[in-house]
Design a binder for this molecule. Structure first.
Ligand SMILES: *[C@@H]1O[C@H](CO)[C@@H](O)[C@H](O)[C@H]1NC(C)=O
Ligand SMILES: *[C@@H]1O[C@H](CO)[C@@H](O)[C@H](O)[C@H]1NC(C)=O
Length: 159
């Protein structure tokens, strides 16, 4: 009964509230996950990209200079070659349960030509769900994901 309740709630809310760009990515513990991001349409000379979660800056790159957040040392990167080609995807290695959450990427943009003030433009928002080998950590999350799937299938059948 409870799962049916979730099904209706999620089916309804996913149709109403989820913006087009919002993405949920799930990854098993210990794997490498790529959080996708593109920045094509912004005019910058040296791309200065930042990925952060609700608590801290996870990764930052400006040219060859990088910053890695606490707990993310040696696990995160936005490869410079990719970044210059407009691909600001974050590579996160050795995924941990504690990595679960929402990640947002920003690009630093100058307000005016030659101005020293910059602003951060939001590029992408990704929700990362992490599960261990034995299954999804959070059973509610499992139900939510299943409901989303059923919801999508259900809608396809209706069409
Ligand atoms: C892309 O950039 C051009 C020129 O800077 C701008 O006119 C246009 O609105 C931008 N498009 C989007 C989708 O941001
Ligand atoms: C973007 O970069 C990520 C990680 O560096 C890579 O896995 C992915 O294939 C790239 N995407 C494209 C379209 O090049």
């Amino acid at each position: 009964m409870i799962s049916l309740y979730y099904f209706y709630i999620i089916c309804f809310s996913s149709a109403v509230f989820l913006p087009v760009e919002s993405q949920i990515i799930s990854a098993p513990v210990g794997s490498t996950v790529v959080l996708p991001c593109k920045w094509r349409n912004i005019t910058v000379q040296t791309p200065h990209v930042q990925w952060s979660n609700v608590f801290e800056t996870v990764f930052e790159r400006k040219g060859v200079e990088i910053y890695e957040g606490e707990g993310y040392e040696n696990r995160v990167d936005v490869p410079q070659d990719n970044l210059l080609k407009g691909n600001c995807s974050l590579v996160l290695k050795k995924v941990r349960i504690s990595d679960e959450g929402v990640y947002e990427s920003y690009m630093s943009v100058k307000r005016r030509k030659r101005a020293s003030t910059t602003k951060w433009v939001l590029l992408q928002s990704i929700e990362l769900a992490v599960y261990d080998g034995a299954g999804v950590k959070n059973p509610r999350l499992q139900i939510i994901l299943l409901s989303l799937l059923l919801c999508l299938l259900f809608r396809r059948v209706q069409v």
